[in-house]
Design a protein around this ligand. Structure first.
Ligand SMILES: C[S@@+](CC[C@H](N)C(=O)[O-])C[C@H]1O[C@@H](n2cnc3c(N)ncnc32)[C@H](O)[C@@H]1O
Length: 272
């Protein structure tokens, strides 16, 4: 751990990275501490945690900080894409890091901007949920894959998340819909991205489709980050993600993508 505490750039962490239990645990802890040592990252994550406005781990904030810093060496607008926005934690964080580090970015977000289950059915009535899971297999599958989001006005929440950091949605394009929907795909098919975060539907089938559909849009040298994908990786201090989408991550062609770094259940792949 001594070895990695003094490092500063994304490349430093990549060079030192080892996919071992100790290294994965240590780097996850270290990145958490880094977030707490950088005031604007800390404030942002504190707000997300207080309002239950996002998923994932505190450590991921420092990973995004390093990734955008790394991409800033392109000296042009950085094109970022998130699949699965929820309440805007990640797209607002990108905007915040861009503002603080003076990096020009353009963000696209693809999400249904709506939940898939009524609150009363899923969260308020445990027994009803259990019974429905037995009768309707898709409910059981959605729970297993972490695909349960209560019906809410997500656009309103995204605006609030941005406002909490005095940000606006000026450089953000929100595409309402599912990532595998033909209309959604047609809106981005001619675009190129430097950073793609896949955090939408966590079933094997859709995670696999997202990887297949969106990696051709990634520039060479660009980064794809997969959420909840460390189920088969070593590590004991953090939640390792979901088996289904981790399986899709395991099947990524190593001749096309290098898995350069893993932070908790977020896996970072670079396009070769
Ligand atoms: C785990 S949440 C994302 C959390 C968010 N990235 C964050 O860090 O706070 C998953 C999101 O994906 C959305 N979603 C589900 N299926 C999707 C799909 N096929 N395409 C795009 N988004 C999807 C859900 O509505 C939800 O907003």
């Amino acid at each position: 751990m001594e070895k990695i505490t003094k490092m500063h750039t994304f490349q430093d962490y990549v060079k030192a990275y080892q996919n071992t239990e100790k290294h994965n645990d240590d780097i996850w802890e270290l990145f958490k501490d880094k977030v707490d040592s950088i005031q604007f990252l800390k404030n942002h994550r504190d707000d997300i945690e207080e309002r239950l406005a996002g998923f994932g781990d505190r450590s991921f904030h420092f990973m995004w900080y390093l990734l955008l810093q790394e991409l800033s060496t392109l000296h042009r607008d950085i094109q970022c894409l998130e699949i699965g926005i929820f309440k805007g934690q990640v797209i607002s964080l990108w905007a915040l890091i861009a503002r603080e580090l003076k990096i020009p970015i353009k963000t696209t977000g693809i999400s249904p901007l709506d939940g898939n289950y009524p609150d009363i059915l899923i969260f308020r009535n445990y027994y009803l949920r259990r019974i429905l899971s037995l009768i309707i297999p898709s409910i059981k599958k959605d729970f297993k894959n972490g695909n349960i989001h209560i019906k809410e006005d997500f656009t309103k929440h995204i605006k609030i998340t941005f406002e909490q950091s005095n940000l606006n949605l000026e450089n953000v394009e929100l595409i309402k819909g599912f990532s595998n929907d033909a209309t959604v795909l047609s809106k981005v098919k001619d675009r190129k991205f430097d950073l793609v975060y896949i955090d939408g539907d966590h079933s094997y089938e859709i995670a696999k489709q997202d990887i297949e559909n969106y990696t051709p849009l990634l520039n060479k040298g660009g980064f794809m980050v997969l959420d909840d994908s460390s189920y088969f990786s070593p590590g004991s201090k953090f939640f390792k993600g979901i088996e289904s989408c981790s399986k899709a991550a395991e099947e990524i062609d190593p001749s096309k993508f290098k898995n350069v770094l893993n932070i908790g259940h977020n896996r970072v792949f670079q396009k070769l």
